[in-house]
Ligand binder design. Sequence first.
Ligand SMILES: Cc1cc2nc3c(=O)[nH]c(=O)nc-3n(C[C@H](O)[C@H](O)[C@H](O)COP(=O)(O)OP(=O)(O)OC[C@H]3O[C@@H](n4cnc5c(N)ncnc54)[C@H](O)[C@@H]3O)c2cc1C
Ligand SMILES: NC(=O)c1ccc[n+]([C@@H]2O[C@H](COP(=O)([O-])OP(=O)(O)OC[C@H]3O[C@@H](n4cnc5c(N)ncnc54)[C@H](OP(=O)(O)O)[C@@H]3O)[C@@H](O)[C@H]2O)c1
Ligand SMILES: *[C@@H]1O[C@H](CO)[C@@H](O)[C@H](O)[C@H]1NC(C)=O
Ligand SMILES: *[C@@H]1O[C@H](CO)[C@@H](O)[C@H](O)[C@H]1NC(C)=O
Ligand SMILES: *[C@@H]1O[C@H](CO)[C@@H](O)[C@H](O)[C@H]1NC(C)=O
Ligand SMILES: *[C@@H]1O[C@H](CO)[C@@H](O)[C@H](O)[C@H]1NC(C)=O
Ligand SMILES: *[C@@H]1O[C@H](CO)[C@@H](O)[C@H](O)[C@H]1NC(C)=O
Ligand SMILES: *[C@@H]1O[C@H](CO)[C@@H](O)[C@H](O)[C@H]1NC(C)=O
Ligand SMILES: *[C@@H]1O[C@H](CO)[C@@H](O)[C@H](O)[C@H]1NC(C)=O
Length: 607
Amino acid sequence: MSLAALFTSLFVVGHLTVSATTQIPFQAITDAQRSHLVNSPVDATGDSQFYEFKWPIRKVAIIGAGVRWVTGVRREVGALIDAVECSGLLAYRELIDAGFEKVKIFERDAVPGGNWHYTDELPLEAPIPNLDPKIADYEPSLPSPDSALPFEVWYADHNDSITTAERWRRHRAPHAVWKSLTSNVPAPHMHFNGHDWPPGTPWNLPHALLTRYLRGVYSFYGINSNDKSANVTYSTRVELVEKRIDAEGIEQGWQLTLKKFIRLGPSSSKEVWWTEDFDAVVIATGTFNAPNIPNIPGLAEWKHKFPGSILHSREYRYPEKFANQSLLVVGAGTSATGISADLNLFVKRNYLSLRRSANSTTPTAFLNLLPQGVDIVVGIERFHPSNATIELSDGTLLADIDHILFSTGYQYTFPFLPQYHNSSIGLDEEGPEDRPQPLVTDGSHYRSLYREFIYIEEPTLAFMNMNLGAVTWTFGEYFAVAIAKIWSGTARLPNQAEMWKSYRERVAASGGYGKKVLYLPSTGGGMSGYIAFFMGWLNSAAYEFGGKTIDGLNKDFFEQLWVFQIAFFANPNPVRIPESNHSEGFIAASTEQPSPVEFLDYLTSGY
Ligand SMILES: Cc1cc2nc3c(=O)[nH]c(=O)nc-3n(C[C@H](O)[C@H](O)[C@H](O)COP(=O)(O)OP(=O)(O)OC[C@H]3O[C@@H](n4cnc5c(N)ncnc54)[C@H](O)[C@@H]3O)c2cc1C
Ligand SMILES: NC(=O)c1ccc[n+]([C@@H]2O[C@H](COP(=O)([O-])OP(=O)(O)OC[C@H]3O[C@@H](n4cnc5c(N)ncnc54)[C@H](OP(=O)(O)O)[C@@H]3O)[C@@H](O)[C@H]2O)c1
Ligand SMILES: *[C@@H]1O[C@H](CO)[C@@H](O)[C@H](O)[C@H]1NC(C)=O
Ligand SMILES: *[C@@H]1O[C@H](CO)[C@@H](O)[C@H](O)[C@H]1NC(C)=O
Ligand SMILES: *[C@@H]1O[C@H](CO)[C@@H](O)[C@H](O)[C@H]1NC(C)=O
Ligand SMILES: *[C@@H]1O[C@H](CO)[C@@H](O)[C@H](O)[C@H]1NC(C)=O
Ligand SMILES: *[C@@H]1O[C@H](CO)[C@@H](O)[C@H](O)[C@H]1NC(C)=O
Ligand SMILES: *[C@@H]1O[C@H](CO)[C@@H](O)[C@H](O)[C@H]1NC(C)=O
Ligand SMILES: *[C@@H]1O[C@H](CO)[C@@H](O)[C@H](O)[C@H]1NC(C)=O
């Protein structure tokens, strides 16, 4: 595609699409409108076209006080996008505006900011092999069933097998950000409406600046950790979300089992368990909570023989501790390429293992971020702990590797909803028909959601921004506005049969399950179609029932992205990509790195 054609396509798409929500004068919903909602039209079979909630929704819980940053692939412009969204915060703002009786956030960390709260403190070592996705983040920790709530346990280092520091680390789960990390999205795309960055802010934001911004916005809404707001509780992990059944045996919303960590001193703490009831729950826990390490032959034995030699990217902080060592980074996403580049000046040998599989979704563009000095090698066939060599798929043996850093992504998991996980279901299979369809199967994706955000089996569970394709920070606002409207009765969901139909069409258009289902299919207009759908749906609901309307994209959106990407990805001296010939499903990688100009064409051609 020529540059001119590219610009045309950008502006055509840009013209269609989104940016911010507009607060149009809020019209309170009238009783007449409400009754219209309840007595919704029926189709020929006599069934309502619309989903009717089983209980009134007045109290809403939000799990996670984070920021939503998502990497996505804009297929119709072929560009790579990472965009920031604030899942917990955006949901909070919309739900408060919609006038729910109670809106409360539960956050396991002591401060807001989610992924962007950097600490030297490391997350737990990644298990090898992977745990079942249901428990890959944590297994719900519960007091014995006969305990009276609230229930407390006191711990002191002298009588506990786990130190206080360790107990806290397990409770809050430190995030994957490393010290030199900057955003790979321009700052103008990473702001909340009404909270602009000051002039002069760099477009690639250091994580510390972003964290301060996020804390500022949380403070603005009175829900930072020092605000003593009853609407948020920090250091509190949601252990379980279960159906509440009333005295007559009727389902009445959800009961959350919560556990708060309270530090009493440098070597003592207590944990308190209690429950709270809600009518609906927003899940804004992010998608990077459980590491994924591929099950490569010999790896478990290697880890056993060389303890501490295997790391996951979420355990990486800074390069100094690897000085003069030989490292093998596995993967080709932004973590792998970012960490490789960060290590480059410090390490003795800097290998990056790139697999190109028929199922690969990682754009090769990220490889442009690698500096000279990084040795790209092909995928790993097996580990030989007996003589400390690593065999690659082209037969090469690597020796003298000190650390292997798996930057192979994450597993989807919602540990507080174990009832909707089932790892026995095959990749392209559905669950047994007599049970609710699961949210998570093998951990490579999440499923059973209408438009990627409403759990079709239980539409009082909503997910914020967990589909990597439904991106740009703007989507956070779409989902948040949609959730607030649906649950307050000012927009309607189709009935469950219609939601399943729409969902199955979506899965089919993505070519089935797996990581690919996390990107919007190009059929149906991809991103633009998705945005048009939300605008049509929510804006017509606003005219019918009152409330907010939403806008299209800021007109500068694509141009800013375009300029940023040229600066970010163009590399006049790229690292050579090896020719890796077919071996057990691996396909040959490109032998040529695109030049900056070709690279732009590549970005627009899709992949
Ligand atoms: C190293 C790294 C760098 C990244 N860089 C970029 C980038 O430059 N650009 C980009 O677009 N994206 C980036 N991302 C992606 C980004 O981190 C996430 O997608 C994003 O932070 C998710 O935002 P969120 O609010 O949805 O979730 P999070 O920011 O992860 O927040 C979720 C919150 O939920 C809390 N939580 C989780 N479980 C529970 C529970 N059971 N009970 C209570 N609270 C809970 C967590 O503590 C957390 O505070 C990066 C990711 C990583 C790992
Ligand atoms: N600001 C930044 O610069 C920055 C830095 C880090 C992370 N992030 C964000 O954080 C998120 C997570 O990124 P991530 O890089 O950690 O994860 P990711 O995007 O899921 O990438 C995982 C990588 O591992 C590879 N992989 C998976 N299974 C493998 C296997 N069995 N063998 C070999 N390779 C395998 C994948 O290749 P295939 O495609 O072949 O499966 C892919 O290259 C993204 O949203 C990203 O944008 C941003
Ligand atoms: C807390 O939530 C309630 C109910 O949604 C709301 O009325 C109140 O203003 C919120 N408190 C603060 C400090 O924002
Ligand atoms: C540990 O010791 C403290 C007193 O130092 C006591 O209160 C607490 O109950 C003990 N906890 C456990 C788990 O044994
Ligand atoms: C790394 O090796 C070089 C050369 O042997 C040496 O000068 C340097 O001090 C070493 N650095 C560290 C941190 O050990
Ligand atoms: C290491 O062991 C593997 C498997 O036994 C073998 O194929 C390989 O040649 C050995 N490498 C070296 C350097 O001895
Ligand atoms: C999980 O899926 C398998 C395979 O379909 C099924 O046999 C099993 O009953 C399911 N388990 C639960 C708890 O639903
Ligand atoms: C890779 O495959 C091509 C075509 O089959 C062949 O020409 C080439 O020699 C192979 N290269 C290697 C390194 O095996
Ligand atoms: C690709 O995914 C399919 C399942 O959709 C799996 O059967 C196949 O083995 C995978 N191929 C590779 C090379 O990983």
